[in-house]
Design a protein around this ligand. Structure first.
Ligand code: NIG
Ligand code: FE
Length: 418
């Protein structure tokens, strides 16, 4: 039997607890449910009590001696961060493209010339399951070090049934063996592979008729994502793939309006996507439609920075009533990073989220974007004991003192992992 864990005397315990159900927008994104001199009691991996240290001292007076005690005096404690959008399982890396882009070649030009997603597709097709597991494990370990305890992961570097299955089976394996919770998304519609060049609709048929049924049969994915972008999949093709996925119980997500305004945000609202991702060039109509449909905007400011593009209009979206989540987009091309703390900093600096909104976007709203909010994303009785202790006194300090990792310790289901 492992001992109960008692984290005591947090200067700020940001519980993210609230009466608001579902994704938080507008004012609700600023309410962090802070308890000063806060305490948490975790047992059997589950949070049993949250409150002031005085209240928990009373409640557990008889059992205090059983617990492993962590003194958080002077420090911030938050829920484990949630990253709701990654491409964490892939083969190889693409340093040369980074140099090419700095020399002036665009991301899309590299992709059209057979690099980019296509380059990673080849390296992923060639890698064995063991190699993919080994490479992804290193990245998942880095996520933990940055306070991230739940990660969504997409396939989409196979673009044939065999390799899409391989990527998703690797995720299933990682979910079993790694401390991080990994939530799988099928993204066969990530690019059109060279063998289908000029026959894009035929590739969409393969996605719908061959890949989706096989993935659903093995229950390898929860979500279905599409790269809806000029030169990749049209809104019509994207809609076909997402509607087909729904028939297999897969929840739609969309990489939308990243490079050009293309109706992706509007489509997300239309198909009832849980989230739309990127949205750098989302139209005002698209933003309004998302606010109305309750589609979460999953914004990726590290990707915008890495592509040297202006970040999405996060401030405007929140003011328009859209619930915003943020993510690393961890992938080998447009955002090779696992640092959610940096992404929170950038959400403030480049999208004008407040420090409180950025924390909500990286915890509770991020959990909503992958439908895990009943288990993670806030510190409440009955939820998983996923907790970060920060070497900082407040949530404001971790957003303000930027570009460094303030994470001191991390617990996953009550077990210390960092
Ligand atoms: O979310 N935009 C499309 N897909 C990824 C990038 C994938 C890659 O470059 O390998 C993204 O940015
Ligand atoms: Fe992505």
């Amino acid at each position: 039997m492992t001992k109960p864990l008692w984290i005591k005397h947090a200067a700020q315990l940001a519980t993210l607890a609230s009466d608001t159900q579902g994704p938080r927008s507008q004012q609700a994104m600023s309410d962090l449910g802070i308890v000063e001199d806060g305490s948490l009691w975790i047992e059997d991996g589950i949070i049993q009590a949250v409150g002031t240290t005085t209240a928990l001292e009373k409640k557990y007076a008889e059992r205090a001696h059983e617990a492993e005690i962590v003194d958080a005096t002077g420090r911030l404690v938050t829920p484990g961060l949630v990253d709701p959008h990654t491409h964490v399982v892939y083969g190889g890396s693409r340093e040369r493209e980074f140099e090419m882009r700095l020399e002036g070649t665009s991301y899309m030009d590299i992709m059209t010339a057979g690099g980019g997603i296509h380059a990673t597709m080849h390296m992923t097709r060639e890698a064995s399951e063991e190699e993919l597991i080994q490479q992804a494990t290193r990245r998942l370990d880095l996520f933990l070090v940055h306070g991230v305890t739940t990660v969504e992961g997409k396939s989409g570097y196979g673009m044939n049934l065999e390799t899409e299955l391989k990527q998703l089976r690797v995720m299933k394996k990682l979910q079993e063996v790694h401390a991080i919770d990994l939530v799988p998304t099928f993204m066969g519609a990530h690019a059109v592979p060279a063998e289908y060049k000029g026959q894009e609709d035929a590739f969409v048929d393969v996605l719908i008729n061959d890949m989706l049924p096989a993935i659903a049969e093995e229950k390898l994915a929860v979500f279905n994502d599409v790269f809806c972008e000029k030169g990749v999949f049209t809104p019509e093709q994207s809609e076909r793939v997402l509607e087909a996925g729904k028939r297999y119980g897969l929840i739609p997500k969309i990489h939308a309006d990243e490079i050009e305004s293309y109706g992706g945000a509007e489509l997300a609202a239309k198909v009832g996507a849980v989230s739309a991702e990127h949205l750098l060039k989302a139209s005002d109509e698209g933003i309004q439609a998302m606010a109305k449909s309750g589609t979460i905007a999953c914004l990726l400011p590290a990707t915008a920075l890495y592509l040297r593009e202006e970040a999405a209009a996060g401030r405007k979206m929140i003011d328009a009533g859209v619930a915003v989540a943020i993510s690393t987009d961890c992938n080998p091309g447009s955002s090779p990073t696992t640092s959610m703390p940096l992404v929170m900093n950038l959400a403030c600096i480049s999208m004008r989220l407040t420090p409180a909104e950025a924390l909500t976007a990286a915890t509770y709203n991020a959990a909503c974007a992958i439908k895990c909010e009943d288990k993670v994303g806030s510190l409440e009785q009955g939820k998983q004991g996923d907790v970060v202790l920060w070497d900082a006194k407040s949530y404001q300090e971790i957003q303000y003192f930027f570009g460094v990792n303030h994470v001191k310790s991390v617990w996953k289901k009550g077990e210390q992992v960092v």
